[in-house]
Design a binder for this molecule. Structure first.
Ligand SMILES: O=c1ccn([C@@H]2O[C@H](COP(=O)(O)OP(=O)(O)O[C@H]3O[C@H](CO)[C@@H](O)[C@H](O)[C@H]3O)[C@@H](O)[C@H]2O)c(=O)[nH]1
Length: 351
């Protein structure tokens, strides 16, 4: 579907953008891929690393409607990945989260319609579901803007969303943190041993977004099913993989975090379609006020529970180890660790 088409990725130099763009260039024969982002150094590095003449780079901020508009001319498909996604910074500066995640998204959605973009997918997170922190709250509003735009009659663009949980080994997340603690011989700082998170390799997140772009109907939300792990088991799995016995310090739940994350609400799951790997949650109806006041649905089927990190399949420590070993970054960390420790360790790890 991307053959000879023009794609635009906002936040294109981030983890998602980098991986998606590599895949798109290698396998989908687009005529042009536009990377829209703020950081010239990251764009420079990406230009050198990918060295592909189909790539073009636009410096801009989604907060700047004019910039977004001019970047979107002639674009067929938009992947909206630009966001403020750190919980603490959004908590301290919520207006910045509003500017980027809410108003920035508004600019992107409007520009797509004006420029006749065929389809657009916004990237959301489990933290947008029953949100308790400003990052999640602004992402929840980002989703609402997307569904509202999808409901508008005469919208030329198809608007879809995806949600996924924690991307394994993403920058600043717990897996690289635990590995750096292991390597430094420090205790592993576990917040709450029984806290659970849905774990997704980045390649799966990319597949989800591509699937949504290919199959999404107007206003659809796609959610990737994922496996879940407790933080305690994640720490144990890493200690076993690195064959070390660093102590584990329980440091307590951090501000703005939940014990368990929700990926699909009980309210949404009743109207969703379940596939082997995905949930598809269609948007609710048209632009109709009555359905909010007088036209209820007798058949509304609320599930008892949604789809959460507490009821998804919980991995054993061995299974977490296997999943970690599938990540090239973890394998590279193990290799460098083994090299530092000398040949014996390398042989032991290989065995
Ligand atoms: O020193 C630590 C740090 C984290 N955790 C736990 O590990 C899990 C995952 O933590 P982390 O990798 O920091 O992810 P989250 O806090 O779930 O959210 C992160 O990942 C989200 C999605 O990628 C981003 O949007 C957030 O900004 C970012 O904080 C959580 O249960 C944490 O409590 C620990 O046990 N010890």
């Amino acid at each position: 579907m991307f053959e000879d088409k023009t794609l635009l990725v906002t936040g294109g130099t981030g983890s998602f953008g980098n991986n998606f763009i590599r895949l798109a260039l290698a396998e989908h024969s687009p005529s042009r891929v536009i990377v829209f982002s703020r950081d010239e150094k990251k764009q420079h590095d990406m230009r050198l690393a990918l060295a592909d003449e189909r790539l073009s780079f636009v410096i801009g901020d989604v907060r700047d409607a004019q910039r977004v508009d001019s970047a979107m001319r002639g674009v067929d498909f938009v992947f909206h990945a630009a966001a403020l996604k750190q919980v603490p910074s959004c908590e301290f500066f919520p207006i910045e989260a509003v500017r980027t995640n809410v108003l920035g998204t508004h600019n992107v959605l409007e520009a797509a319609d004006r420029c006749g973009v065929e389809k657009l997918v916004v990237l959301s997170t489990d933290k947008a579901v029953y949100p308790i922190n400003a990052m999640g709250q602004s992402k929840a509003l980002m989703e609402k803007l997307t569904y509202a735009k999808a409901r508008e009659t005469g919208a030329r663009t198809k608007y879809c969303a995806v949600r996924y949980g924690n991307v394994m080994y993403s920058r600043g997340s717990v897996i690289p943190l635990f590995i750096s603690q292991i390597k430094a011989g420090k205790p592993l700082t576990v917040t709450a041993p029984k806290m659970t998170r849905l774990l997704l390799p980045l390649a799966e997140a990319v597949r989800l977004v591509t699937f949504a772009m290919e199959h999404g109907q107007q206003g659809d939300l796609f959610v990737r099913k994922a496996v879940s792990a407790t933080v305690e088991d994640l720490a144990t799995a890493l200690l076993k993989l690195f064959a070390t016995d660093n102590p584990v310090d329980v440091v307590g739940v951090r501000e703005g975090e939940k014990m368990h994350e929700v990926l699909v609400t009980a309210e949404e799951i009743g109207r969703s379609q379940e596939y082997e790997e995905y949930y598809r949650v269609p948007t609710e109806g048209s632009h109709n006020y009555e359905s909010f006041f007088t036209q209820g649905k007798l058949s509304a089927a609320f599930a008892k529970d949604g789809y959460t990190s507490a009821n998804a399949r919980l991995l054993s420590v061995d299974e977490i180890q296997d999943l970690l070993l599938e990540l090239p970054e973890v394998r590279a960390e193990l290799d460098s660790w083994a090299a530092d420790k000398g040949g014996d360790q390398k042989v032991r790890l290989a065995a």
